[in-house]
Design a protein around this ligand. Sequence first.
Ligand code: ADQ
Length: 490
Amino acid sequence: EKQASPVLPAQRLMVVANRLPVSATRRPDGSWQLDLSAGGLVSALLGVKQNFETRWIGWPGLYVPDEAGRKSLQKALADKGCVPVFLDENTVDQYYNGYCNNVLWPLFHYIGLPTEDRLAATRSLQSQWAAYKRANEQFADTVLSQYQEGDVVWCHDYHLMLLPSYLKNHHTQMKVGWFLHTPFPSSEIYRTLPLRSEILRGVLAADLIGFHTYDYARHFVSACTRILGLEGTPDGVEDSGSVTRVAAFPIGIDPDRFTQALETDVVKTHIAELKARFAGRKVMLGVDRLDMIKGIPQKLLAFEKFLEENPDWINKVLLVQIAVPSRTDVPEYQKLTSLVHEIVGRINGRFGTLTTVPIHHLDRSLAFHELCALYAITDVALVTSLRDGMNLVSYEYVACQNERKGVLILSEFAGAAQSLGAGAILVNPWNVSDVAASIEDALTMSEAERAERHKHNFQHVTVHTAQAWADTFVSELNDTLVEAELRTLK
Ligand code: ADQ
């Protein structure tokens, strides 16, 4: 009789990030509505080639004050492979808004806060740091409550820099990886962080540490050598004879999701509407979270300069700027919203007519089909980040431009400049005249040159996908021998 081949149980992968990939809303009857966000990380992990069963651990993004509510949400999330970490309101304020978004985020993006804000952050440092530790401990407790021997744990981003050490304190044999989605700054910037050593030690406990670019990895190794006095090696950082591997793993997108969407009726209808609406004019596009790192005011000033210097283009070109509000509790973000509105108002007042304005500014998120249609019909994309870990908008634009072969103007301070640099026009976003000149070059570029540049970028985006990124990271982490395994080999 033929024997069925044994089916090996899937190895478990725990993905730990500040936010879960679902958003939860409570219905009036107390039950939960869960919407899975089709974010980059979700589709990236679908592409991991090995046989993994993925479990997500993170904050569900809302406070659930009652025990019964927490229990029912936990149960609903379990069906989606998600395990919630319930943080209280004070912890979220001090850890997420405070330490993560007002201290680490600006520092990692080389953004100097105004003196008074910096001093305020210094004064609240102790309570924010206590909350950061508390939150990281809560994440660790949740991971530990789920952990089974053989599981692989992948921690994400600047919110969870102490987590690798908390996990390893409990299980030295646990395979722990950590990936940073933002830049890691020059060690000369990083060393101004008051609790710099604790944070480095927290991350160094991991078995594999990943960054988007080789530069960020190098900055991290320099911080470890200069601040902690450790040895940098070609593979990473050496501490008391053992090496923690540090490497670059550039992220990508799921290009098929975009190219397939362009074939759907809903996107095609939208494309036709937008084309009719903007007929006779060139259209430039900006899509950003409303964040100081994205350089939105600088982009607007560059467009103003372009119109000033090229009056023939007035009424012949428009900029569609989509700016999704984010972190609206942080005062710096509220100030940025007002500033952007003020500049848009001024430029539209200056160059608009009774029937048209040069900037169409939207303060909201777009549905996926709307976003795809905009990516497809625009002639130029303007990505002017002052710093950006990678910038996926530039990748998404390229994925949607096979027909039009639009031009990508890209900041040299985005990680994407290292991958799409040969096809894009690279700019220094602080130099408004430089960006204005690039806008002119992009609008007047020959079709042959556009096609050539697009070909280069499209090739990159379709090969270096999110799936390949996740697969490479997880495989490498899985192949890393943890200290306990190394000891048995000796
Ligand atoms: P973000 O700073 O959020 O990510 P980015 O990489 O550009 O920046 O990703 C933004 C995502 O949000 C894109 O997928 C885009 O489509 C979507 N989006 C933006 N505006 C939108 C809108 N109005 N409506 C709908 N969707 C919108 C962080 C780092 C980046 C790094 C990523 C991934 O700051 O540098 O590339 O993580 O590691």
